[in-house]
Write a protein that binds this ligand. Structure first.
Ligand SMILES: Nc1ncnc2c1ncn2[C@@H]1O[C@H](COP(=O)(O)OP(=O)(O)OP(=O)(O)O)[C@@H](O)[C@H]1O
Ligand code: SF4
Ligand SMILES: [Mg+2]
Length: 334
């Protein structure tokens, strides 16, 4: 694996304004992502885990720089640094739509529900060839056709299916179409947002295997967002754990999965059935209380209202990621 840096996310902040009243003025803000940092190397998979609403999808959308289309007055802070193959570094976070064009082909995103993310009125061939046409690849119609058939074969779909429509396929096959579409522009990074969560378990394994094969063949990096910790552990080289807009732990997949250090990661991972005999007998940690409302986050460490080892000092400042043995952990009391 090529060990060079591809992406650095530094102190990323995404605050969505909330409007209210008759004149729709800003009354509050959701700190969906509040100072997240991580890096990703070429050919590497970084898994991101955390409960619903912790900001995983927002991190992905900040990287592909589409948040302003969703929420025009969103506050974006920090940096999303893309390292290109020539060694140049580009901060994508504040690029306008036109300046983003060269990076759109290098960074693709695939989604949980391949049905709603594929245009149902287009044939598979049209769906997969669309990015090649949009990115003005300079290819002739015949070359595009050949590439589409090659891509379908790469993702394990029969080329004869290219004139069919998304509804004629199973969920797993539809996700393969989504992957072929993402691969069309030879991306360097694919952000995978819960790509197998909607699929049956047996189909999940096939799609994961395919994604691993494609990563190894083409040297693609994945940012792999998912709820299922065993899937994330299987595919990822490193794992980051998020809680309420913050990254609370990052490290090698085995270290975070088998030996989590942050109290939140410990609780999250204790809920996974563990086949390792050394780990058997470990008690499941049940967290008390609900996740706080992101509109009204606790001061200091946002986990403190549920943390079994919280102390008064935890309300003062947001803990930063600090090296603890093999991992980076955002808790001074670990
Ligand atoms: N456009 C928006 N406007 C206002 N708030 C938003 C917007 N998009 C997301 N949020 C809020 O930001 C927070 C993070 O949302 P996000 O979708 O990133 O979470 P997630 O970790 O992907 O959750 P899930 O696992 O359910 O997909 C949530 O509180 C969500 O309600
Ligand atoms: S900083 Fe305090 S509240 Fe936060 S995880 Fe550590 S001990 Fe728990
Ligand atoms: Mg999400």
């Amino acid at each position: 694996m090529n060990n060079s840096l591809l992406l650095e996310v530094k102190n990323l902040q995404v605050y969505f304004p909330i409007y209210g009243g008759v004149i729709q003025k800003k009354i509050a803000e959701v700190k969906a992502v509040d100072g997240v940092s991580f890096s990703l190397h070429r050919g590497e998979t970084l898994g991101i885990v955390g409960e619903s609403g912790c900001g995983k999808t927002t991190v992905g959308r900040a990287i592909i720089n589409v948040l302003r289309h969703v929420s025009p007055d969103v506050h974006l802070g920090g940096e999303v640094l893309f390292h290109d193959k020539n060694g140049e570094i580009h901060n994508l976070l504040h690029l306008n739509t036109k300046s983003m064009i060269p990076f759109r082909s290098k960074i693709q995103m695939i989604f949980q529900d391949p049905y709603s993310s594929l245009n149902s009125r287009l044939s598979v061939k049209q769906i997969v060839s669309e990015p090649l046409e949009i990115h003005n690849s300079g290819m002739s119609a015949a070359e595009i056709n050949d590439k589409v058939l090659w891509l379908l074969e790469k993702v394990g779909l029969q080329p004869e299916y290219s004139s069919r429509f998304p509804h004629e396929f199973s969920g797993g096959q539809r996700q393969r179409i989504g992957i072929a579409r993402a691969l069309a522009t030879n991306p360097e990074l694919i952000i995978c947002d819960e790509p197998v969560s909607a699929l049956d378990v047996s189909v999940q394994a096939q799609v994961i295997n395919l994604m691993e094969d494609l990563r190894d063949e083409f040297g693609i990096s994945y940012l792999f967002i998912a709820h299922d910790l065993s899937v994330v552990h299987h595919i990822s080289k490193r794992i980051g754990v998020m809680y309420l807009g913050n990254m609370v732990e990052v490290g090698e997949a085995d270290d975070v999965y088998f030996n989590p250090k942050h109290p939140y990661s410990k609780a999250l991972l204790s809920s996974v059935p563990n086949p390792d005999p050394k780990q058997k007998g470990k008690k499941r940690i049940v967290l008390s209380g609900d996740i706080p409302n992101p509109l009204n986050k606790p001061s200091g460490c946002s986990f403190r209202t549920r943390c079994p080892i919280a102390q008064e000092s935890c309300s003062i400042s947001i803990p930063e990621l600090t090296a603890k043995e093999n991992q980076l952990v955002a808790c001074p009391l670990v």
